[in-house]
Each structure stands twice: as C-alpha cells, then as structure tokens.
Ligand binder design. Structure first.
Ligand code: HEC
Length: 270
C-alpha cells in the first residue's frame, strides 16, 4: 500500500485552485502552500519517516519474490505434453503382455452367441471341459475346421472333422444339431484373418477348454502358437506366413507344425 504524502496532496490542491483562478482572498493559503513546500515539508515530515521504515528482511524477500517463477510456468504448461509422452512410452510394454489368448477373447465375442461365453454350448457345439481338445488333438486341425466351417466339409465329401479316432466318437459335419458351423476364413468366404482365427482358437483351448500351458502335453504347442511371444502368431499378424505355408515356414520350430491349408481336409489323430 502506498500513501500519497500530505504535502503532495496539498500542492496539487493549490495548483488546481491556481489554475481555476480562485478568488485572491482564498489564494493566500493555496499560494503559501504551493510556494513554500519546503516550509510545509518539515512540519509534515514527521509522519513520513514512519512510512519509509524498511521492511524486515523476510518481508522484503517475500515482496521481491514473484508468485511463481517464470521458468516454473513453462514447466507447468508442458505437464500435459509430458503426461502424453509418458503414456506413449508405456504403450509397448502393454502390447508385449497382450498375446493371442487376450486378442482371442475379443474375437470370441463373435462366437459366444452360439457357443456361450464360457464355451458351454448352445446353438453351437460344446467347447469347454476339454471337448475341443478331444476333437482336435492338433491345433492345426482346429484352425482348418474353423477356417472352413461345416458346409465346406460336407461339400468336400468329408464324413468326419477332427480326430477320426476321437474319444467318444468322431464329430461329423452337421452332426451336432443339424446346424452348420459357419465358415470364418477369408478365402472360405468368412470375415476373420488367419491371425484372428488363431487368437480365437488359442482362447478356446487355453482359457475355456482347460489345456494347461505348463503341462508336458500342451507346453510345446502353447509356446509355439498361443504364448504372448509366439513367433507364429506374430508372423501371421505381419502377413509373413499363412495357413498355406506355415508348415514350411516353421519347419524348424519344436512344435513341428503340420500343414493347415485353407481348404477342408481330413483331421489327424493323436
Ligand atoms: C451361428 C452359430 C455359430 C457361430 C457364430 C459359431 N459357431 Fe462354431 N459351431 C457351430 C455349430 C452348429 C457347430 C457344430 C458343427 C457341426 O456339427 O457341423 C460348431 C462347431 C464348432 C467347433 C467344433 C467343436 C467340436 O469339438 O466339434 C469349433 C472349434 C467352433 N465351432 C469354433 C467357433 C469359433 C472360433 C467361432 C467364432 C469365430 C464360432 N465357432 C462361431 C455354430 C456356430
């Protein structure tokens, strides 16, 4: 807070009075005040030093200091950008964790209407409790059947799909309730990519049907086809392999893939 010193107020009053040509009778005190600032000043000087008493150092420091340093403002303004970059940096880590089974759960939402969200069956075959593992001891046969669907098996003259020696009897196309399993693969007239079909099949085998990724029986298959770092899944996603070439492209894999193909073919036994 700054107060205007009294003598300055008086002087301005006097000047204003002089300028407006006030009566000479009144002029005397105004002129006196204006003409003798030095005389008035000593008398009024007494309160003045009080106003100039220096602030204690901590108050002076506080007054000198700006509210927010200018460089901090720049930092604050860039915070949202930093947050965005942080999120972008985190993204790859999230992607690494997401493997075919995670992607497959999303694809399977298109199958769940017939097969049930948990694979318990309905309009479509029962998939859970090891059922598909009995029908398809080899994942390649399951990929081929889902790619083509029942009607293409019938059209190809195949009486059975999956393992012909299936425990509990082999599955016949249109043998469940007379309804067909619709074709899913692109060349068969369906709408899923080969990577999406593998993802859905991984979800069915490992999340719904009970194959244990750590078991001796399924460990090799899981690592090669369905684990988050499955080379086959990555290659299908990238388009560098296909159901038609996988057996050749991954001949060196410990899983030794058998040919899947995009046309209906007889299934294999254990
Ligand atoms: C319109 C209903 C319907 C939809 C949608 C459907 N299915 Fe099917 N699915 C069936 C029927 C019906 C069968 C039995 C086929 C038969 O008897 O020929 C079947 C059979 C299967 C089988 C064979 C199981 C066995 O052990 O015999 C698998 C695997 C399968 N479906 C996976 C899928 C996947 C994966 C999807 C989604 C991408 C899907 N289905 C979408 C109706 C459906």
């Amino acid at each position: 807070m700054t107060e205007i010193p009294e003598h300055l107020l008086n002087r301005s009053k006097a000047r204003r009075a002089a300028a407006s040509g006030e009566s000479t009778g009144d002029a005397t005190p105004a002129v006196a005040a204006a003409a003798t600032p030095a005389a008035a000043a000593p008398a009024k000087a007494a309160p003045q030093p009080k106003a100039i008493i220096p602030d204690p150092p901590y108050v002076a420091a506080a007054k000198k200091r700006g509210r927010i340093p200018f460089w901090a403002m720049a930092g604050l303004a860039l915070l949202p950008l930093w947050g965005f970059m942080y999120m972008m940096a985190m993204e790859p880590a999230v992607k690494v964790v997401e493997g075919p089974t995670t992607a497959g759960a999303a694809v399977f939402s298109g199958c769940a209407g017939c097969h049930g969200a948990d694979g318990a069956g309905g309009a479509g075959q029962v998939l859970y409790q090891g059922n598909v593992l009995k029908t398809f001891p080899h994942i390649e046969d399951m990929l081929n059947f889902v790619y083509n669907g029942s009607q293409r098996f019938v059209a190809a003259g195949l009486a059975v799909y999956g393992d012909p020696n299936r425990e509990g009897g082999p599955h016949k196309p249109l043998g469940y309730n007379g309804n067909p399993m619709p074709m899913q693969g692109e060349k068969a007239g369906g709408g899923l990519t080969e990577a999406q079909i593998l993802a859905a099949v991984c979800h069915i085998r490992y999340d719904l049907s009970g194959a244990d990724p750590k078991s001796e029986q399924w460990g090799t298959e899981y690592t090669a086809w369905c684990s988050p770092d499955s080379e086959i899944y990555k290659a299908l996603e990238a388009g560098s392999t296909s159901f038609d070439t996988i057996a050749k492209d991954f001949a060196a894999s410990p899983a030794k893939p058998i040919a899947i193909g995009t046309a209906p073919r007889p299934g294999t036994t254990k």
